[in-house]
Design a protein. Structure first.
Length: 156
């Protein structure tokens, strides 16, 4: 019998939307976020940045959360590695543009922040997770499921 690791936990799983839905919704969210209609997206914002090594420009729709008065994003996507040590970003929220810096937090802070945000949500699916009812994930499980990216922005 294989030993269970946090990544293979039976209690906690990623709940990514179907790829087809993302192929449709991401371009729509990108377009809407750049206009005054972006106010209709609520916590969905457009995070724009350049790849650290490739220089490729990214425009990624993400869901933001408030944690200790800061705007944060939880993700398991590889693009988060662009923010290790901090990197410049542009954020488009509700039709307004902001510039600033994003940085990846350490795994201990990611776990604490994710636990705090999950406590305020109706469902862990709002962060793209499935957590079995009655199971309380450990900090190791939480930090292995999502990175925490802090966004420090000011109006442009």
């Amino acid at each position: 019998m294989a030993e269970e690791t946090p990544e293979s936990s039976q209690h906690d799983r990623n709940a990514h939307p179907p790829a087809l839905a993302m192929k449709i919704m991401n371009p729509v969210n990108r377009a809407v976020a750049r206009t005054s209609l972006g106010r209709l997206l609520g916590p969905v914002v457009l995070l724009e940045f350049d790849g650290r090594r490739s220089g490729k420009h990214y425009a990624v729709p993400v869901m933001t959360y408030d944690y200790n008065g800061a705007t944060v994003v939880f993700t398991d996507a590889r693009w988060a590695s662009n923010f290790i040590g901090g990197a410049p970003i542009r954020l488009r929220r509700r039709g307004r543009s902001y510039s600033g810096v994003a940085e990846v937090a350490d795994s201990a802070e990611a776990a604490v922040a994710l636990r705090a945000v999950l406590a305020r949500l109706r469902s862990p699916r709002r962060v793209g997770l499935v957590i079995d009812e009655g199971h309380t994930p450990t900090d190791v499980e939480l930090s292995s499921m999502r990175s925490l990216v802090r966004l420090h922005v000011e109006p442009s």
